[in-house]
Ligand binder design. Structure first.
Ligand SMILES: N[C@@H](CCC(=O)N[C@@H](CS)C(=O)NCC(=O)O)C(=O)O
Length: 212
């Protein structure tokens, strides 16, 4: 047990959205890199099993030892636990419903598909089917970004004029395949928001270091 937060994460992963939130909050945390998708280094990925039997990052361990998994839950929890950082519309705020809607959407409709995309053999044993499965999964991801874009009314940020953990989440997941150029085509309204967050002076060096 430690007296600070411990994050199981990995460079280039969805856990970077959690790191970005912790950076904006200014909360100290210990980072344990667990490259869950690296088949050449299974020991690294296995580290996260201490906190998440799904063997996925992110997983956040609180000072008392309680583990929180699931990126959306962690981001929402952090925004509530550190309200002074103003990283989410809190209960009672008129923007709260759409905030929860899109946090869940990115997690369930989009991020969850990478379990298939990253290893098509998990669902289709025959390698002959892998290319088509990958292609259709990427198309579905692109379609979901387009649907989300058609439903949001951004200001400077996705929910309006205040940056929220939703912006951090979309910023990171939109870097995954089919990658940003496709995202910009499918989601022109959110494109401006993610670019603004890319250039946020509090995060620009961080993105370079953690997302490459
Ligand atoms: N539902 C999880 C998904 C997390 C996830 O897919 N993480 C990836 C890294 S970006 C991972 O650890 N993949 C390894 C695997 O699924 O086996 C969440 O939202 O946190």
């Amino acid at each position: 047990m430690t007296d600070q937060l411990t994050l199981f994460g990995a460079k280039g992963s969805g856990a970077v959205a959690v790191e970005a939130a912790l950076t904006l909050i200014g909360a100290p945390y210990r980072l344990i890199e667990a490259y869950t998708w690296d088949h050449d280094d299974p020991a690294s990925g296995d580290l996260v099993l201490a906190a998440n039997p799904m063997r996925q990052v992110p997983a956040l361990v609180l000072p008392g030892g309680e583990a929180i998994t699931e990126s959306a839950a962690i981001l929402i929890w952090l925004a509530e636990a550190y309200p002074a950082a103003r990283l989410a519309p809190l209960p009672g705020d008129p923007k709260r419903a759409q905030f929860l809607r899109w946090m869940s959407f990115v997690s369930s409709a989009i991020y969850s598909l990478y379990w298939v995309k990253d290893d098509p053999a998990r669902l289709v044993p025959d390698p002959a089917g892998h290319a088509a499965l990958t292609e259709r999964t990427l198309e579905r991801i692109a379609q979901c970004w387009g649907i989300m874009d058609s439903q949001v009314t951004p200001g400077s940020y996705i929910l309006g004029d205040e940056l929220s953990v939703l912006d951090l989440y979309v910023n990171v997941v939109s870097r995954f395949r089919p990658r940003r150029m496709r995202f910009y085509r499918e989601a022109p309204k959110m494109a401006a928001c993610v670019k603004r967050v890319d250039q946020d002076p509090r995060l620009a060096a961080f993105w370079k270091e953690r997302m490459g």
